[in-house]
Design a protein around this ligand. Structure first.
Ligand code: NI
Length: 173
């Protein structure tokens, strides 16, 4: 298994629409495994294909954060959603920042699993939040795209500062 390179903002791959994924052969199984491995190695709870520069409708997630309980979701579709909650979210493609995002609390979702079988599931709370975050990636959106004007500028400034601190290796304060 190989660890994939995670693209970070403003990499153009993160801002593009993605295409349906239609193959489920050995090379695809390898890709799904690599995405899972990369997610765990980065301490993430989700990773979408565009974050690895692959413009396909695929993401992996593990809301329980327990190895072996991860999901591979291909061509996911939210059939219905309800409820609303605000909570802080971070993103592996925006290291160093987090922001409060409003999300639905319950989703009815269809997707194909890693073998191409059509699945239907109900996701609630944190699981629903993770799925909505990853679906945003498949549509070329990041958490900063939930904001405009001054709030967005503030987040981008924080992001630049975090990136600069990373480069100099100085501890963050
Ligand atoms: Ni993300």
């Amino acid at each position: 298994m190989a660890k994939l390179k995670i693209r970070i903002y403003p990499d153009p791959a993160l801002a593009q629409e993605t295409a349906p994924h239609t193959t489920f052969g050995p090379a695809d199984q390898q890709l799904f495994d690599d995405m899972i491995e990369t997610m765990y190695a980065s301490d993430g709870v989700g990773l979408a294909a565009p974050q690895a520069g692959i413009l396909k409708r695929i993401f992996v997630c593990c809301p329980s954060m327990k190895r072996g309980e991860e999901f591979v979701m291909v061509n996911p579709r939210i059939e219905s959603s309800s409820g609303e909650a605000v909570d802080a979210e971070g993103c592996l493609s925006l290291p160093g920042i987090s922001a409060d995002i409003t999300r639905a609390t319950t989703l009815e979702l269809t997707y194909q699993n890693r073998y191409g079988n059509l699945c239907r599931t109900t996701a609630k709370d944190f699981f629903a939040r993770v799925i909505q975050h990853e679906m945003d990636h498949l549509n070329g959106n990041l958490l900063i795209d939930h904001f405009s004007g001054r709030k967005r500028e503030e987040l981008l400034k924080q992001y630049d500062l975090a990136k600069a601190a990373e480069k100099t290796g100085k501890p963050r304060t």
